[in-house]
Design a protein around this ligand. Structure first.
Ligand code: FES
Length: 115
């Protein structure tokens, strides 16, 4: 059984269209909520590390989210940019889908090391 005590319910998973990122705000933090074409749900910081641009306005390709401004692609599982000009990661947020609802841990983390 999934542990949801640290998690915040966001919305039903069916409310999120595949490859159409949503910008949500938890506290003061903007978060890009993304469902990939294969149905995986991810959440990363919604502020490009290269400039103050919403990544949710960008493009999903596979498990990446591309910033529309200058084209950096961020890995949705690690928050790391895979292409320049961005070189700093954005936070990633733990996501669970429980009984058809999306839950997010509102404490994002910066992944700095290869897993
Ligand atoms: S603002 Fe995102 S790549 Fe430049």
């Amino acid at each position: 059984m999934a542990e949801t005590s640290d998690l915040m319910r966001i919305c039903p998973v069916d409310d999120v269209q595949a490859e159409s990122p949503l910008r949500i705000i938890i506290g003061d933090e903007p978060i890009a909520l993304v469902k990939t074409a294969d149905g995986e749900v991810h959440a990363i910081g919604d502020r490009c590390s290269h400039g103050d641009i919403s990544l949710a306005e960008g493009f999903v390709e596979g498990c990446t989210l591309e910033c529309w401004a200058h084209g950096s692609k961020f890995d949705l599982t690690t928050g790391r940019p895979l292409t320049l000009p961005a070189y700093e990661p954005v936070p990633v947020y733990h996501v669970q889908v429980v009984d058809g609802d999306i839950y997010i841990n509102p404490r994002g983390e910066i992944v700095t090391e290869e897993a």
